[in-house]
Design a protein around this ligand. Structure first.
Ligand SMILES: [Zn+2]
Length: 108
């Protein structure tokens, strides 16, 4: 069965990782990949890539890269109550506004 759940997170959101080696860490979302349901978070899910020397004057190096994580593995941290929370919605003049489910503050 396919899961068409839409990402509610946006670039710049502060999130907390709930799964994996970075569990418990908090950081801001750098990029959202809606099709893959993944988010890129600075400093989270990093991996090292060794690049071989590319001949004279270009020594090998180790690159540290961030890999996107499944959006389901992070939760939003509310900017107001600082708790990790699920995102709700309210409508204002036909506009969808994200709200914290815990304190009802606007997240956008
Ligand atoms: Zn809140």
């Amino acid at each position: 069965m396919k899961n068409y759940s839409k990402i509610k997170l946006k670039k710049g959101d502060l999130v907390r990782v709930t799964v994996g080696k970075d569990k418990g860490k908090q950081a801001k979302i750098e990029r959202v990949f809606p099709k893959e349901s993944r988010v890129l978070i600075l400093g989270i899910n990093q991996y090292k890539r060794h690049r071989k020397p590319q001949g004279e004057g270009r020594p090998g190096e180790i690159l540290i890269l961030d890999r996107p994580v499944p959006a389901a593995n992070v939760v939003l941290v509310c900017p107001k109550c600082k708790q990790s929370t699920r995102i709700g919605y309210r409508f204002d003049a036909g506009k969808k506004i994200r709200v914290c489910r815990k304190c009802d503050a606007d997240v956008d």
